[in-house]
Write a protein that binds this ligand. Structure first.
Ligand code: HEM
Length: 208
């Protein structure tokens, strides 16, 4: 792929991933979020966080199945957007739903257990965001960085469980998200199992 095409793809993802957030902010500024605007904003940003987490997890399988190595750039952008939407989701809850009160937030977490699961998801995303720069990748080394970034699996799983737990009656959508997550994680398990299977065979073949 040409450098200019790659630059275009980078801008395309960067700008488009911001669109749902910008639309939400626009509607909020024009009082168009319905009867319960705070809840609407919480639900929308939560859903966006989860969608971007799953999109982040989609990049590697899509790259290896299609050979489109150039899409690798989008993993960091999509992951940072997931973190951005999850943080916004939490901040709206904290400041607008709980009035910025730590005591009220904590007591609500004790009452509604799904908030603890969601917080775990957000908490593990912090080191991922902090170590997303090229300098940090270099500092940690590829292997340690990759190991740390497996926390994305924890964040996405916590996000899906949190979604399922907070759903009242209709759990079809959270279950659909869970199915997508299982496919994305299952793919990785399959690849890892194949690697460990072929490793002894390769070692035996290499012996004189
Ligand atoms: C990885 C981090 C997180 C993800 C992916 C996530 C995702 C979601 C999703 C998908 C929903 C449901 C949206 C819908 O029904 O349309 C939701 C709801 C909600 N989340 Fe999160 N969430 C995360 C973290 C948090 C945190 C840290 C808090 C606060 C401590 C929180 C508080 C809430 C609340 C209050 C609701 C709305 C519940 C309701 O009104 O019934 N979430 N979240």
């Amino acid at each position: 792929m040409k450098a200019t095409d790659l630059r275009f793809a980078q801008w395309f993802v960067l700008v488009n991933a911001a669109v749902p957030g910008a639309l939400l902010a626009w509607d909020a500024a024009h009082h168009r979020l319905g009867a319960n605007p705070v809840n609407f904003a919480i639900l929308t940003t939560g859903l966006l966080a989860l969608i971007f987490l799953l999109l982040t997890l989609l990049v590697t399988p899509l790259r290896s199945l299609t050979g489109w190595n150039w899409i690798n750039f989008s993993r960091r952008t999509l992951g940072l957007y997931a973190f951005f939407y999850a943080t916004t989701h939490f901040l709206i809850f904290f400041f607008l739903d709980r009035g910025g009160s730590l005591a009220s937030t904590l007591s609500e977490m004790v009452k509604r257990n799904y908030l603890i699961v969601g917080s775990l998801g957000l908490f593990v995303m912090l080191p991922l965001a902090v170590t997303s720069t090229n300098a940090m990748i270099k500092r940690l080394g590829g292997q340690r960085w990759r190991a740390l970034h497996r926390l994305t699996y924890v964040a996405a799983s916590a996000g899906v469980i949190h979604y399922y737990m907070q759903s009242k009656k209709d759990v079809r959508q959270p279950l659909a998200f869970a199915a997508v997550l299982l496919i994305l994680l299952g793919y990785r398990l399959l690849v890892a199992a194949r690697k460990t299977q072929s490793a002894p065979t390769k070692a035996a073949a290499a012996k004189p």
